[in-house]
Write a protein that binds this ligand. Structure first.
Ligand code: NAD
Length: 255
């Protein structure tokens, strides 16, 4: 049955970071909307479990590594088929820290996974999409791309992802590719839960700093992603769509 909005019947969708959180929610929803899903993640065991659940295919990838990402794209194209959709959800967070206390290794890691990983993934799959003059890419940025927050590696990495998304949209638009970002607010995922469990974030404050008075569910980000990669959004490219429970309307940094 075709879904009235965001139908993805018979499209091949590759999701980096697809083993957990927002990426796993995209895998489940895209599959329910008719897509064949490729779950690509550094955590191969978890990727396999999600792929099995959605009748998809799992591949191991480290998005920091150019060869690993290009191998993923080559194998996915050869073994699964032509990629219509790419979601780049692989990412890591950092604890809030003053800049002088932020270990430079952590800074490098965050930039390597969140920014370089997004760039390498988009570039590797776009190579194939450009040949077919067709494809839709969604990058997962963050509300922190737009605000001053004490996450001095994470927030700049996401600001760069939003900016990169616009740049790629401009570069590839006339060749039939659309590239959009989602800027999620506080999403109830394992990554955020870990920050809460470690006492780095207070869930009550995260809820308070939103117009809706609650966090975002991973499925709600996935629904926005499904819309953006679907034909419904055929004239939408280069945007950064907040899915933030109204953080931008009323929020600020919530420790
Ligand atoms: P998550 O930890 O649940 O999922 C992230 C996935 O990325 C994991 O499966 C992990 O194994 C994978 N990954 C990490 N490093 C990788 C690498 N080098 N190569 C391949 N895969 C790798 O986190 P999440 O909350 O679902 O986050 C997904 C994306 O959403 C991230 O980019 C994150 O920055 C972004 N985001 C999350 C929130 C939130 O509140 N949870 C808010 C805004 C943006």
């Amino acid at each position: 049955m075709r879904h009235p909005i965001g139908d993805l019947t018979d499209r091949i969708a590759v999701i980096t970071g697809g083993a957990s959180g927002i990426g796993a929610a995209c895998a489940r929803l895209f599959s329910a909307r008719g897509a064949q899903v490729v779950v690509a993640d550094v955590n191969e065991a978890k990727a396999s479990r999600v792929a099995e659940e959605v009748g998809g295919v799992a591949f191991a990838v480290d998005v920091r590594d150019e060869v690993s990402v290009e191998t993923l794209a080559r194998r996915s194209e050869a073994e699964v088929g032509p990629t219509a959709i790419l979601v780049t959800s692989a990412g890591i967070v950092q604890p809030p820290l003053p800049p002088e206390a932020l270990p430079i290794d952590l800074y490098d890691q965050v930039l390597a996974i969140n920014l370089r990983g997004t760039y390498l993934s988009a570039r590797a799959f776009a190579t194939y999409m450009l040949e077919r003059r067709s494809g839709a890419i969604v990058t997962i940025s963050s509300i922190t791309a737009e605000r001053s927050v004490p996450l001095h590696a994470y927030a700049p990495s996401k600001a760069a992802v939003t900016n990169l998304t616009m740049g790629l949209a401009g570069e590839w638009g006339r060749a039939g590719l659309r590239v959009n970002a989602i800027e999620p607010g506080y999403v109830r995922t394992p990554a955020l839960q870990e920050q809460i469990d470690r006492g780095h974030r207070d869930p009550a404050l995260l809820e308070e700093h939103s117009a809706l008075g609650r966090m975002v569910e991973p499925e709600e980000v996935a629904r926005a992603a499904a819309f953006l990669v679907s034909d419904e959004a055929g004239c939408i490219t280069g945007i950064a769509l907040p899915v933030d429970a109204g953080y931008f309307a009323v929020g600020g940094w919530a420790p």
